[in-house]
Ligand binder design. Sequence first.
Ligand SMILES: [Zn+2]
Length: 369
Amino acid sequence: MERASARALESPSSPQRIGRRQGLKARDVRYARQVRFAGIGEDGQTRLMTGHAAIVGVGALGCVIANHLARAGVGKLTLVDRDIVDRSNLQRQMLYDEADAESETPKAITAASRLTAINSGIEVIPRVTDLNAFNVETMLASTDIVLDGTDNFSARYLLNEFSVKSGIPWIYGGAVGASGMTMTIVPGTTPCLRCLFPEPPGGGTLDTCETTGVLSPIVDTIGSAQAMEAIKLLSGRSETLHGSLLQIDLWRQQWHSLGVAGARRVDCPVCAERRFDILDGEAGFETATASLCGRNTVQVLPPRPLSLDLRSLESRLGHAGQTELTPYSLRLRLPSGIAFLLFPDGRALVMGTEDDQTARRIYAEFLGE
Ligand SMILES: [Zn+2]
């Protein structure tokens, strides 16, 4: 849409007016109800159409956010996700269906094609990768806003550091059980996530969607609140942001809005002292693993990103089990029942185990250290 509106503005004679008219022609029916809303108007719509939002994690929250922003006409969406669609996702991840789970397609790819079908006028960029200290700056540098669709605090602390360092706002969101919370972080204006959560909340006892489960309506509510904040920011109405840590429990009917205006900490390592320990410090000299929530899957990351030729690996690994090569990955099904899904950057999903050591061992077996 950025391209479309740029094209419109380039048209000859009275470019501004004709551009606007052409732009409106292209979007009048589609965005009519949104443009009519006083808070958005034509100007807000034009801003939305030239905006660029990144959604990190296209699971439950990410699907809701991406769906709203695509329909609202946000010009460019970058979708970052490391996982594939699984049958256990279908209860709440609204951009996916049974065929996607059957084919185990990467979520970023599936979501991108669905969003393009919903709105062909926007640009959707899928990134099948694990966002980490190595790639976060290149991946997100050109965005206007970052939305949190992740499910863990390591990723959120990384996004928080990136946001404060780069000055790009981000919108935290999390949901588990029937409750969730969200907060909008505008660097230099609001507190950052570390001001409110100096340590990951709950530590080892933190509820996760795996231990507690999660119901679909709360995901929708929190994701919608995040999307609304993004629409406000992208349409130039930042004065209307909710300015709170919004906590909602749909099972108990509890809505709390905790004002955060005075919550900036003078000793916050990130936004006060501008120390970016995760961004600068993650040495990454060894293979890292992470268990994917509720998936019986362990992700293995090589010490540094690789550039693998999956086709030649397929012929090399063929003896070990059944292989399947797709445009995005190489799958190896081992006789033990464990499946090994390898991406070109050397990242792997070891499916059928929750044990880090087993995952590391299998990874080392096929790719060396
Ligand atoms: Zn802070």
